[in-house]
Design a protein around this ligand. Structure first.
Ligand code: G3P
Ligand code: CA
Length: 285
């Protein structure tokens, strides 16, 4: 082949809207996912938990967070109530009565306050897909995090295999394998899916400083994506991760200067609460 036709085609930088666009709209909500699409993300990042009646719900926390959620009677959830409002022990009909958007989020002052309930994963995918189709917009991908790590309230939850298969069954009815990745901090989830569904693209979430080699040894296989906390990520790690055949997509990068540094160092994507701040970023080419 001639040199030009042999050149590796580089994929565009993957801009992932964290919990939709948490900096701009209530996290993990339909308005946040719609806003992320408006901001031109290539991937929607979101988290899932399971209700008592086995519905897959989009939520970062496995309970109603007192800092952002209001009860059906309009009163704020108190810190003491959090542990009792455990989504794994509630049916979805009850979950949907809580408003986790009207009060806003003190950590994200730019966030628009708007009434919003925790949505079903099935509804998020259907609404996003319908929106893209109706508006003739390009496809986006979904980076879906299985939140199976025990919370501080010792929440009882399905075993890793049941949890993973439930999530996968909702996704598979709506998306082909090239449209989604499954991410988890819980290596048991990743190990299970690697064995039971080897065609699913997996993302290892890393928040420790053990290093790439040690984490891969613990995982026991090479996932498609290595996704570390961005503060821990150095240029030499990025090169090593690439050498091993993985993409590297750090979380959660909200400062434009950090985004530029990471892109210059060669990351394949950025997960951000503020997809508006990632506009115009391009990879090294
Ligand atoms: O995608 C990685 C990132 O979402 C992990 O952090 O706690 O926001 O789910 P967290
Ligand atoms: Ca997440």
């Amino acid at each position: 082949c001639v040199v030009l036709s042999c050149a590796k085609v580089q994929e565009p930088l993957d801009i992932q809207g964290h919990r939709g666009a948490r900096g701009l709209m209530p996290e993990n909500s339909i308005p946040a996912f719609m806003r992320a699409l408006e901001e031109g993300v290539t991937t929607l990042e979101l988290d899932v938990v399971i209700t008592k009646d086995k519905q897959v719900v989009v939520s970062h926390d496995p309970y109603m967070l007192s800092t952002i959620c209001d009860k059906p009677n309009g009163e704020p959830v108190t810190k003491d109530e959090e542990g009792t409002l455990n989504i794994y022990e509630m049916d979805y009909a009850e979950v949907v009565g809580y408003d986790c958007g009207s009060r806003g989020n003190a950590r994200f002052p730019e966030q628009v306050k708007t009434e919003t309930a925790k949505p079903l994963l099935a509804d998020v995918i259907s609404m996003v897909e319908d929106h893209l189709k109706e508006n003739k917009k390009p496809k986006v991908n979904y980076n879906i995090e299985i939140k199976s790590v025990e919370s501080e309230y010792n929440v009882s939850q399905p075993e890793v295999d049941e949890f993973s298969e439930l999530v996968l069954s909702v996704i598979r009815e709506r998306l082909t394998n090239d449209r989604f990745t499954i991410q988890s901090f819980d290596f048991n989830v990743l190990k299970h899916l690697h064995k039971s569904n080897p065609e699913v693209h997996l993302v290892a979430l890393i928040e420790n400083a053990k290093g790439v080699e040690a984490n891969l040894e613990a995982l026991g296989f090479i996932p498609e994506v290595y996704s570390p906390y961005y503060i821990l990520l150095k240029k030499e790690d990025i090169d090593l991760i690439h050498e091993k055949g993985m993409k590297v997509i750090p979380w959660t990068v909200n400062d434009r200067k950090d985004m530029e540094r990471l892109v210059a160092d060669g990351v394949d994507g950025i997960i951000t609460d503020y997809p508006d701040r990632a506009k115009g970023l391009r990879n090294r080419g």
